[in-house]
Design a protein around this ligand. Structure first.
Ligand code: PLP
Length: 416
């Protein structure tokens, strides 16, 4: 199993020292040891990218270009695809929103993380579905309405004479519930209606292969810091044509191929068009390294921990899990829950102070969904209770141990 850097032990008020249990991996994951070593090896040679003639610049340019190739290979890009390095998933989805052809209609679900909810201009937002089948049916119905005829042959992305292109924007794994969305089926529906699909893979990529061909996706977005690769890089990968036709995301050096005396600009096509400014070499190398090593990882241990936690949680009558789909739906290492009557922020602080556990409390940048799930979960456990203003989330991955999970369960049981 891959190893990650550990923050070590923390001292508790009762005098004991315990290993800090970082159960907030879905927000930002710890650094993979291999990533830290790769970056440390490169640091003495750190220099400019695509801008110098010296040995350092040449090496750094090679490393940066190689990082792009590695990511392209791991996410399964084809010859007509680009990999653009961005700051994170939010940036990647904003880049795609910026690059959409005029008149594009975006269809999404209101269960999305804000990164996939807010960048789109006047999207068609479908209500959060109660099952993967319902998601597929809702998308099919919406696209049938939008195209006027479900099976009309429309060339993907080209748009019919009467309207512009269609883009479906969905998450692969929810950051509140960890549930997997039926992305390949949604992609099949999207393509049948002539729409393209972008997948928010921020929470899938750290836990399972996120490959364009397997997902059936036209684009995918991910974040290095959630894939055990700090240093601030993300990726938008996918079809080149819209990206090459769009105005540069940022205007400046690197994106411009030539600026003439009258200041007329000829812009690059390719990833450089949207990567103006000095690139984030260490971020790209860290992300590519993480992509490469995670591709060979089996996540069985993490799945066992999620199951262990969920079984224990289900046995606590005063705690209720938040979920959109059936309890048996497959998921990644994320579990959100509510403890009606308890202040979630206070509880989170107590878990940190008294038990050395880091969880997340709040609405997880998915406010509409989390509020709805809090109301549903509270009604299941105590119909008379008011939903808490925020939820709690534990997330698991590399570096999580069974003892961390058991410590959280014991702390929650102690609240009864
Ligand atoms: N999408 C999902 C599902 C997420 O969980 C997150 C972050 O939590 C994002 C997008 C945004 O990622 P970032 O903050 O790295 O841009």
């Amino acid at each position: 199993m891959l190893s990650v850097l550990s923050p070590g032990e923390v001292k508790l008020p009762d005098g004991r020292s315990v290993e800090f249990a970082n159960l907030d991996i879905a927000a930002t994951a710890p650094c993979l040891t291999t990533v830290a070593e790769t970056v440390a090896d490169l640091l003495p040679f750190y220099g400019s990218v695509h801008r110098g003639a010296g040995a350092l610049a040449q090496r750094c340019t090679r490393e940066y270009d190689q990082a792009r190739e590695t990511v392209a290979e791991v996410v399964g890009c084809g010859p007509g695809d680009h990999v653009v390095f961005t700051r994170n998933t939010t940036d990647a989805l904003n880049l795609l929103a910026h690059a959409l052809p005029l008149g594009t209609t975006v269809v999404t679900f209101d269960a999305e993380h804000h990164a996939n909810l807010l960048p789109w201009r006047r999207p068609v937002r479908l209500p959060a579905p109660s099952s993967p089948d319902a998601a597929v049916a809702a998308l099919d119905a919406a696209l049938t309405r939008l195209t006027g005829a479900g099976t009309t042959a429309r060339r993907a992305g080209a748009g019919a004479a009467s309207r512009g292109p269609l883009l479906v924007a969905v998450t692969a794994a929810g950051n509140v519930t960890g549930e997997l969305w039926p992305v390949a089926r949604l992609a099949e529906v999207a393509h049948r209606h002539g729409a393209r699909i972008v997948v928010d893979a921020a929470q899938l990529a750290p836990h399972a292969p996120a490959r364009l061909p397997d997902l059936g996706a036209d684009y995918l977005a991910l974040s290095g810091h959630k894939m055990y690769a700090p240093f601030g890089a993300g990726v938008l990968a996918g079809r080149a044509d819209w990206l090459d036709a769009a105005a540069p995301y940022l205007a400046g050096g690197g994106a411009s191929a030539e600026v003439r005396a009258d200041f007329a600009v000829r812009w690059h096509t390719g990833p450089a068009r949207h990567e103006a400014g000095t690139p984030n070499l260490l971020g790209a190398v860290a992300l590519a390294t993480a992509c490469r090593v995670l591709a060979g990882e089996d996540h069985a241990a993490e799945q066992a921990l999620v199951a262990r936690f969920r079984v224990a949680l289900a046995a606590l009558p005063h705690v209720e899990e938040l979920r959109l789909f059936d309890a048996a739906a497959p998921r990644v290492g994320i579990v959100s829950f509510t403890v009606p009557g308890a202040d979630p922020d206070d509880l989170g602080a107590q878990l940190g102070r008294r038990h050395g556990i880091g969880v997340r409390t709040g609405l997880f940048c998915a406010h509409p969904l989390t509020r709805r799930l809090l109301a549903d979960a509270t009604a299941r456990i105590d119909p008379a209770a008011a939903p808490a203003p925020a939820a709690m989330r534990a997330s698991f991955g590399l570096g999580t141990r069974a003892e961390h999970v058991d410590r959280l369960v014991a702390a929650l049981a102690g609240l009864a």
